[in-house]
Design a protein around this ligand. Structure first.
Ligand code: STX
Length: 319
């Protein structure tokens, strides 16, 4: 299969700033591209994954004012890996605070994986602020999604890496792996905490692409990245995403009916299986263009995913 569209060239931020968003949290914000361009907010995954310079490259830098930030407790936002006062609705309001700070009326909202979760939570709360949604690897944090990836499901396809993910958890606790990891990721034994963070993160890095990428797996051994990623992800999961009900983001997707959007979904995404993209499309309706990439997994760096995301960003750059 050929995917002619690639990333735009790497660019640097032209402005960075920090914004105090609560008594304890301060977030790090970057702007790049064209200061007078069409604004787009880029919501990173995880939660707790932090933003990346590569995320700027989906956008035509002459057309877009690209805004990124590190969500609470990760990347350059502080305090590092902090779970206190860290929840979905606080991040939705942080996104609004950034919009107001930057003097933006409405914007394109771009997010993959957890970033798609946060994009949906934001758009369903502030629909009038969203010109279009560009989403990848739909994750709505339903119980069935968490069970599939963290308990039983993906384990059938990546049985080898699943055994590594199980290693820090004794057999007696394997009936509820997310809770078992929670005890270790929030405990007082720093060695056990780091070992759990590395194993949790490596599981996700190993399963993120159609073809296992040893280089990507290495991120699981980056102690700082793994600690924030694992602690914050697990915290959101044990709290079921802080939603009022299981399936809230799908149930409320009728709110998006008049918002145009593109959903880019890898057919073989085992981290955020395509059922969630399908269920979302059925409620969001005709304004959602579902693009299933036949030979991709979860990662935003798969060739087919990049091609479709760059096409989607070009489609909305004149909105
Ligand atoms: C369930 N978490 C999926 C997610 O949001 C995610 N997966 N990998 C990432 C990073 C690219 C941020 C590492 O985020």
């Amino acid at each position: 299969l050929s995917y002619p569209r690639g990333l735009y060239p790497p660019i640097e931020a032209y402005k960075t700033q920090r914004l105090k968003v609560s008594d304890i949290h301060e977030i790090y914000i970057e702007e790049s591209g064209n200061p007078n361009g069409k604004p787009v907010i880029v919501l990173h995954g995880g939660p707790g994954g932090g933003s990346e310079p590569m995320y700027r490259q989906y956008f035509d830098p002459t057309a877009y004012r690209i805004i990124q930030f590190d969500q609470r407790g990760c990347g350059k936002s502080t305090p590092f890996a902090c779970l206190e006062d860290n929840n979905t609705w606080a991040l939705v309001e942080d996104t609004e605070k950034i919009r107001v700070l930057l003097g933006i009326d409405n914007w394109v909202v771009f997010g993959g994986s957890w970033g798609s979760t946060l994009s949906l939570a934001y758009a369903e709360t502030h629909p009038s602020r969203v010109k279009a949604l560009i989403l990848r690897g739909i994750f709505t944090l339903r119980r069935e999604e968490l069970i599939f990836f963290y308990q039983t499901g993906a384990s059938f396809l990546f049985a080898d890496y699943f055994d590594e993910y199980l290693k820090p958890i004794p057999p007696a606790e394997r009936g509820d792996i997310i809770s078992a990891y929670h005890r270790r990721l929030t405990g007082t034994d720093e060695k056990i905490k780091q070992e759990a963070a590395n194993a949790w993160t490596t599981w996700e890095m190993a399963t993120s692409r159609l073809m296992v990428d040893k280089h990507k797996i290495a991120r699981g051994e980056d102690p700082m990245f793994a600690l924030a990623f694992a602690r914050i992800e697990n915290h959101y999961f044990v709290n079921a995403g802080f939603f009022r009900e299981d399936g809230q983001l799908i149930n409320d997707a009728h709110i998006l009916k008049n918002i145009p959007g593109v959903i880019v979904q890898g057919r073989y995404d085992v981290v955020c299986p395509m059922k969630s993209a399908w269920d979302l499309k059925k409620v969001w309706g005709d304004n959602a263009d579902l693009v299933i990439i036949p030979d991709s997994g979860h990662s935003c760096s798969e060739n087919g995913i990049i091609h479709a995301l760059v096409e989607a960003c070009d489609k909305y750059k004149d909105l």
